[in-house]
Ligand binder design. Structure first.
Ligand SMILES: C=CC1=C(C)c2cc3[nH]c(cc4nc(cc5[nH]c(cc1n2)c(C)c5CCC(=O)O)C(CCC(=O)O)=C4C)c(C)c3C=C
Ligand SMILES: [Fe+2]
Ligand SMILES: [Fe+2]
Length: 326
């Protein structure tokens, strides 16, 4: 059997929690027209002269609050996922048949460097696993763009399969459900469950991005498996960026509405992220906790991402195997 490669892809993160490294990361990320759709020339100036100077210091401080001894949580946890998936696939399909690597859409290790390294080992078959359960052009779409740029340089293009989304995969929604049940058992069950997804501009959805439908599909499946009534849970969108209208309801507004209406305790989970990162550890677990408590809430329980939980790794292995041996 020819050796095959599995590439686990996530968004990317700064190298260090410093304004310089954050500026470098934001410049590459926010220059991608998949992420920000704006007139090119205007955006070139706005990004460099306004957005980055205003944002880099503040965002570096936020990264500083969640940084681990080994680095950015997004990179550190992705590394753990890669090791666990490698072990799982070695067990499932035999030692030495697959190699699992990580790559980032922005920053290092880049997709193109990862491919270059693997092609030097004469690997011809690849499964690309974007760590976004819900497809959006702004995330998974950007990975397809980079893949097409990479293969454009090859006369004999490699065999590449991409796992486009797994928002409604029963293994994935079962893992979310189990994680919520475990939290209820360990920490008590609170009055409401909020499923907070990363937002995107409303306009992207209006133009055909299926992200909203994918988020709804995940949230409804989880609520149904937990037998939740309509008034026991909600779906919301976080991490707004820029002046446009983003998907609603916004997580901060939902939290305020609940607190003002007398809801004292909540559980909050973020199913769009498979690894804990700035947007969960800082925005959800620090900023929005403070917001809910300052508006009259009394108990705010953050349920972590699936990260390298064994059942989630088994689900990823199952997804990969459907592509490896089709
Ligand atoms: C989960 C999926 C994600 C979607 C969809 C998404 C869309 C999206 N994001 C921005 C702007 C920013 N995102 C930032 C960080 C960030 N976003 C995701 C995931 C999704 N983004 C991740 C995993 C991370 C990385 C966090 C880390 O730990 O390093 C940032 C940087 C931080 C900041 O400056 O606030 C920005 C900016 C847009 C515009 C967008 C859709 C159009
Ligand atoms: Fe984002
Ligand atoms: Fe709690």
């Amino acid at each position: 059997m020819n050796k095959k490669a599995v590439i686990v892809v996530n968004l990317g993160t700064p190298e260090t929690p410093t304004p310089g490294a954050v500026a470098k990361f934001l410049k590459q990320f926010l220059s991608d027209s998949r992420v920000v759709e704006a007139p090119k020339l205007l955006w070139w100036f706005l990004l460099r002269l306004v957005i980055i100077p205003l944002r880099a210091k503040k965002v570096a401080h936020s990264y500083g609050e969640i940084w681990l001894a080994e680095g950015s949580p997004l990179r550190v946890i992705t590394g753990r996922q890669v090791t666990a998936l490698q072990n799982q696939l070695d067990e499932d399909v035999g030692l030495g048949n697959t190699v699992v690597c990580e790559a980032m859409t922005y920053g290092e290790p880049s997709l193109s460097h990862t491919f270059q390294r693997l092609r030097e080992q004469s690997i011809q078959e690849y499964v690309v696993l974007p760590m976004y359960p819900q497809y959006s052009g702004s995330t998974t779409g950007a990975i397809y763009d980079q893949l097409s740029a990479i293969i454009r340089q090859s006369r004999d293009v490699p065999d590449i399969s991409v796992i486009k989304s797994f928002h409604d995969h029963s293994g994935y929604t079962d893992c979310l459900v189990q994680s919520i049940r475990d939290s209820w058992e360990k920490n008590g069950r609170h009055e409401k469950l909020l499923m907070s997804f990363h937002g995107i501009p409303q306009e992207y959805v209006d133009k055909g991005d299926p992200y909203y439908q994918h988020c709804l599909g995940t949230a409804e499946a989880v609520a149904e498996k937990l037998s939740l009534e309509k008034d026991q849970w909600a779906m919301s969108f976080q991490s707004r960026f820029g002046p446009k209208q983003w998907l609603q309801p916004y997580t901060d507004e939902q939290l305020k509405t609940w607190a003002t209406n007398g809801v004292k305790s909540i559980d909050i989970i973020s199913p769009a992220f498979t690894v804990d990162c700035l947007e969960t550890l800082e925005e959800l677990n620090i900023s929005y906790r403070e917001l809910f408590l300052s508006e009259g809430g009394e108990h705010y329980h953050y349920i972590p991402c699936l990260n390298d939980a064994p059942e989630f790794i088994k689900t990823l292995a199952t997804l990969v195997k459907t592509k490896l041996f089709n």
